[in-house]
Design a protein around this ligand. Sequence first.
Ligand code: CP
Length: 315
Amino acid sequence: AAHLLGIEHLHPTEITTLLDLADTYANDNRAGIAHKDVLAGLTQVNMFFENSTRTQSSFELAGKRLGADVMNMSMATSSVKKGETLIDTALTLNAMHPDLLVVRHGSSGAVDLLAQKVNCAVLNAGDGRHEHPTQALLDALTIRRAKGRLHRLNIAICGDIAHSRVARSNILLLGKMENRIRLIAPPTLMPSGVQEFGVEVYDDMREGLKDVDVVMMLRLQKERMDGGFIPSEREYFHRFGLDAEKFAYAKEDAIVMHPGPMNRGVEIDGTIADDINHSVIQTQVEMGVAVRMAAMDLLARNLRARRAAEQQDTM
Ligand code: CP
């Protein structure tokens, strides 16, 4: 593929290829083995129109580990604040000939639109409520390493599903890999028509968590709510927050995941988040670097092949 815009159009074999490569990078990162030649001579630009800690820093680190020249555009101080449109910003950047463009934007579809206007490979780092493909891929790698497989697992995705691009990308990916997915949320945070994705729907944590292999908690996306979705954070934690009592309904060897940033005491109890026997939250962050290295490596191979073919055509 020319871009990584979402999980929606990926084939299970493409997902497996990317995860296999990311797995190697994860091992090499731990062993301190460098791969500076992979993106040597290429320029990677990170454009984050929404805040990020994990995604931006891991894309930057991934690019640097592979030898790219990495530039972080500071969108808070860019001309976007003076009214420049996304397309004009994209065209301006395109004129500087980047090779890899990593974009996070608050509007669903904005990254797809931008990809149509530039001549480089675009990676979606999260667009509105739509998709966050590298998050789903790093979650998949974390699950595969913890459980030894990525199929026929019982996986619960819990919390603010309605506003979550992480949930959407994970439902698509884990469904393609033939897992059994349960969504657990209050009715106000459950999108309508979600059963079309072949998932089971619950509004009771204890019922939904029974015998699951994986518990994936989601952050309450307060910035995407205009009030009225939850009675109070205290009540929400009481009914839907993951604590030891509710987690006991999952399988004994179940893992706990959270994409971050976490709201401790709102969707997850701090003790559960820090329980090294079950929580893989820090592994998710570690796998984030490896998955982003693999995604950029594969897109760069495609980009170089396309450019070489174009040069042949003009000769
Ligand atoms: N999980 C995730 O996307 O985190 P950031 O918003 O910190 O990038």
